[in-house]
Design a binder for this molecule. Structure first.
Ligand code: PLP
Length: 288
């Protein structure tokens, strides 16, 4: 079945989607985006994704002219057309279509909305059961990582360093040796029995899955600290895991060839993964 797609008022298929080369997304990566998961026909955490979409757009001085209901409506239309029970939906909003010039186009330029839906098959089971590998990469992104910008070149380069090393993810470390997050996920370490993750500041994306995982931890009575940790604290800690839309919670058992603890997914990670999946099925645990 062709994947359903949308661009500036037109519904089509991804295969037939035509976008303007003068869309500023194309020249400058001048826009923001979201990836939203659909499981058993239910959209996961849409409100949180919409919160972040509007926050990111405000961060790059783009005023979204559509209401939350209108954007949700496009998503619903695409899902109806695609009929996939499990899907990943992508939508991006750019500053709009205008002749190529760095400075912003005239104020009456209408932003572009592009969206599509593809089937979601999840990750291979073994990754969750056995844990994944990661590599450490210097964080070379701009100091506005909280904005979910289309500009993903440093993330793409880091992700490819991971791929070349046969690893699932690249862990982004700042100049002081503190762990920010990963190329496309947030990172957690269990240190002295406490789940640690970098705080919500400008240096990390405020992940939807991060939010859900923290709320699951709270519900389970697991101690949590939103405080950055160093590379040695992570390597010699008890457990490491990441969170992101596709994998939910994923154990990391090897970093740059160094085994974390006994090299198996740890008990806190496994409890959090189970709670996260329970939340997806039931909606229990989390609030905005
Ligand atoms: N951090 C970065 C840099 C990301 O790109 C992503 C997702 O793409 C995440 C974290 C995880 O965010 P979420 O849990 O909302 O998928």
């Amino acid at each position: 079945m062709p994947d359903a797609a949308y661009y500036n008022g037109q519904y089509t298929t991804l295969q037939q989607l035509q976008v303007s080369p003068d869309d500023r997304a194309f020249y400058f990566g001048d826009g923001v985006y979201e990836v939203v998961k659909v499981l058993d026909g239910r959209v996961f955490a849409l409100e949180l994704h919409l919160d972040r979409l509007y926050r990111s757009a405000a961060g790059i001085e783009v005023k979204i002219p559509w209401s939350r209901a209108e954007i949700a409506g496009v998503l619903a239309d695409l899902l109806e057309r695609s009929t996939y029970p499990n899907a990943l939906t992508y939508f991006q909003i750019s500053r709009g279509v205008a002749p190529r010039k760095h400075a912003y186009p005239p104020a009456d330029t209408v932003p572009s909305l592009c969206a599509w839906v593809k089937p979601f098959h999840g990750l291979p089971k073994a990754l969750h059961e056995e844990g994944a590998k990661a590599v450490i990469v210097a964080d070379q992104r701009w100091p506005q990582a909280w904005i979910k910008s289309l500009n993903l070149l440093p993330n793409a380069m880091a992700a490819d360093a991971a791929r070349r090393a046969g690893a699932y993810e690249a862990i982004l470390v700042d100049r002081d040796g503190l762990v920010n997050e990963c190329s496309a996920s947030n990172l957690f370490a269990v240190i002295d029995g406490v789940v640690r993750t970098a705080p919500k500041n400008r240096n990390i994306l405020w992940g939807v899955s991060r939010h859900v995982a923290l709320q699951c931890a709270q519900a389970l009575g697991i101690r949590v600290q939103e405080r950055a940790f160093s590379v040695p604290e992570m390597l010699y800690g008890d457990e490491v895991f990441l969170t992101s839309t596709s994998p939910d919670v994923l154990p990391i058992v090897n970093i740059d060839g160094h085994q974390i603890s006994d090299g198996r997914p740890g008990p806190i990670t496994r409890r959090l993964l189970a709670a996260f999946r329970h939340h997806i099925r039931t909606g229990e645990y989390t609030t905005r």
